[in-house]
Write a protein that binds this ligand. Sequence first.
Ligand code: MLT
Length: 395
Amino acid sequence: MDRNHLFDGLSGKYLFQEVKLRVDLFRQFHNEKRCIFLGIGDTTQPLCNSISQAIIQTGDDLATAHGYRGYGPEQGIIELRSAIQKKLYQSMPHISEEDIFISDGAKCDIQRMHLLCGEKLFVAVQDPSYPAYKDSSLLLRKKIPLSLPIFSKEKQHLDIDLNSLPNGSLIFLCHPNNPTGTLFSREQLSSFIKIATQKEHIIIFDVAYRDYIEGDHLRSIYEISGADEVAIEIGSFSKSAGLSGIRLGWSIVPKKLRYSDGTSIQSDYLRLIGTTFNGASYISQQAGIAALSDIGRKESLEQVQVYKENIKILKAAFHGKKAKVFGGSHAPYLWIATHFKKSWEAFDYFLHSAYIVTTPGIGFGEAGEGFLRLSGFSSKDDAIEASERIAALDI
Ligand code: MLT
């Protein structure tokens, strides 16, 4: 079989596979001290009781003639779509159950979005960004996406210029921001919606970390008037309810969203998932319903709180250090401007000197060079021990 040469455009390994490889190699020769994993953003706490009970109950139900279920609806079961609308979009009645598409996770939906676009369209990706945006664009759109620098050591806050993009671009943004752990302001997002409307851009707005936001900051792009004409939102149960291994997410593809020829994007999306997807697993969807029940929501948010406390403990460890630290208030990540020119040097320094696994900023894009990302997805004990090890570092 002829090889798909688009793979040549990707780095040899996906970022988190590369990190794992280097850490495994390190541990072969250095097993005198326990490594602490603050690299990939993956949840670590056991499933909360309401979710695990729902999964057990669903398994039992599926084993009965009455409770057995086969294929989907591809768009997801109505009880879950309704729960998402009521619990997460209650103040946005213009977003209805028909606009909500249940998926097997945000990463899979990111790939699907590329399949909606015409051949000539430009894709633009925030830099630094979650690497799946860029890699999937390369594989599915056959071109390197335009890079939108959003954060630099000089500027030190999220900023982006959407005016510079060719008309009708598809733009990937993440809020709260992965990897920088920071937020866009309402004013910035309102201006993005205005520009997107004028220039016929579509924004893919990734809110996988929305439950980490504190206070009155924006949690959905549809809080901004007009966003349902220019934005698709991608959500996830991974970071908010620990379903990263169970796999469950959603996308909002509003009915008002149109291609430049006036046809409906929602109709094509429905057609797309009808062809390529038989719906998220019924068991995962029942887990999602449980996660959104009153008790499930309470238990899940308590877990989120643990990760949020961890990241605050880690942030405090940098007090008095030369390294500048961003994030940590509205997201489970710290974004650290190190004195190292290269992120992989900083990664090695943390690994060799403190036995702490981090993620090098360059893995998230060129604009991440010189930065390091630390995640709060550990146990509290590990966060405390990591903070003691960091306090002893010369950074
Ligand atoms: C990360 O940035 O660590 C990711 O969010 C992990 C993932 O969800 O693939």
